[in-house]
Design a protein around this ligand. Structure first.
Ligand code: NAG
Ligand code: NAG
Ligand code: NAG
Ligand code: NAG
Length: 323
């Protein structure tokens, strides 16, 4: 056999081979590189989310009585009332924390202010879960929802038990990591669904045995929801009791901790109010939906309003159709 004939190439052949080689190398390295850049470690993101909620919370506490503010970290300094200032400072410290570690993630916050970059953010604490149990997701599949100060009205009234800061990580539209931090009692409830959760959520895993159905509703919409519930025949076949509270984060935790059976909200509500609570309640085996029973999609940053809310750990169907 004449092997020489097979490998002997003319100039044109060499050129074509060269072009293919360059094209192949280009495609290969480009994909390789972008793959590395696009992957997000949820284990690290969990740690950063908790730190962000807590750093926002420090701003909320620090600003509570301070009328003469130097609004550190904001691009637009100026005269602000304490509520606005607390909101903005918390927002910026949360955004700075997340941007520092994950510069290219999409962040949606209740607050829209532009924030300065902060060079002096410490590196995050070590990851909460063993790295072998980590899950990596694509950058573009992640949307972060922030509520830098939930229950603003109660904050200005000094009803601090209702005040929280919240961070939520949605992957492909589903709430996967949820962090609800109460900066005044310094508690942080968090979950990474199917992976790990904070001890306070673990501690409450037995089902409520109380014989009265408890429903938590908003202080500010109390009247309208009371009359809706009063007129519901099915609900009134059995005794129920309303728990009046504030803050979507606080109310979601009331469900998660089995203090109540359901959290109902009749009117429009924003996704940054409910995303973190949604992760926690779903992760504990419960459900959070709009008032028609539709699952909540957190993938679209422009679509932020929900029509009503129903959240339970069990028996969701019982409460759908009431509102
Ligand atoms: C930068 O972040 C650190 C740590 O969170 C904080 O103490 C400091 O006040 C921040 N600086 C600015 C200018 O926001
Ligand atoms: C958690 O695990 C359940 C059961 O395997 C699965 O159906 C669900 O999609 C998982 N949730 C997340 C957010 O990974
Ligand atoms: C709930 O149960 C307790 C003890 O079994 C009873 O005393 C109470 O009346 C019950 N409450 C209602 C509203 O049925
Ligand atoms: C701390 O705050 C959270 C959320 O507002 C609440 O659920 C929890 O019961 C509070 N804990 C204490 C000890 O007050």
């Amino acid at each position: 056999m004449n092997f020489g004939g097979v490998i002997r190439l003319n100039k044109t052949g060499l050129c074509i081979l060269g072009v293919f080689l360059i094209f192949f190398l280009y495609t290969f390295t480009k994909n390789g590189r972008s793959k590395v850049e696009n992957k997000i470690s949820l284990n690290k993101l969990l740690t950063v989310a908790i730190e962000a909620a807590e750093s926002g919370g420090r701003m909320v506490v620090a600003t509570k009585d301070n009328m003469n503010l130097k609004s550190k970290g904001l691009t637009n300094e100026g005269l602000l009332d304490p509520l606005t200032a607390a909101d903005l400072l918390s927002h910026c410290s949360m955004v700075q924390m997340i941007k520092h570690h994950f510069p290219s993630l999409t962040i949606i916050s209740e607050e829209k202010a532009a924030c300065l970059e902060n060079e002096s953010i410490p590196s995050p604490l070590k990851n909460l879960l063993d790295d072998q149990l980590d899950q990596e997701v694509n950058n573009h599949e992640v949307v972060i929802w922030l509520d830098p100060l939930d229950a603003t009205y109660e904050y200005s009234e000094k009803l601090y038990q209702y005040v929280t800061t919240m961070v939520c990580v949605a992957v492909k539209g589903k709430a996967v990591i949820g962090v609800i931090h109460n900066p005044f009692n310094k508690t942080t409830s968090w979950i990474w669904i199917n992976k790990t959760m904070s001890k306070d959520l673990h501690a409450n895993l037995e089902i409520r045995k109380k014989n009265v159905t408890k429903i938590v509703v908003s202080r500010s919409h109390r009247g309208e929801i009371e009359s809706i519930l009063k007129n519901n025949v099915n609900l009134n076949k059995n005794p129920y009791q309303l728990v009046i509270a504030a803050g979507a984060g606080y109310k979601a935790l009331q469900v998660a901790k089995r203090e109540v059976d359901a959290y109902l909200h009749a009117t429009a509500i924003k996704k940054w109010d409910v995303c973190a609570g949604n992760a926690i309640i779903s992760g504990l085996g419960g459900e959070m939906t709009d008032k028609y029973g539709n699952a909540i999609d957190y993938s679209d940053p422009k679509n932020v309003v929900l029509n009503g809310l129903v959240a339970t750990l069990s028996g969701q169907d019982r409460f759908l159709g009431i509102l």
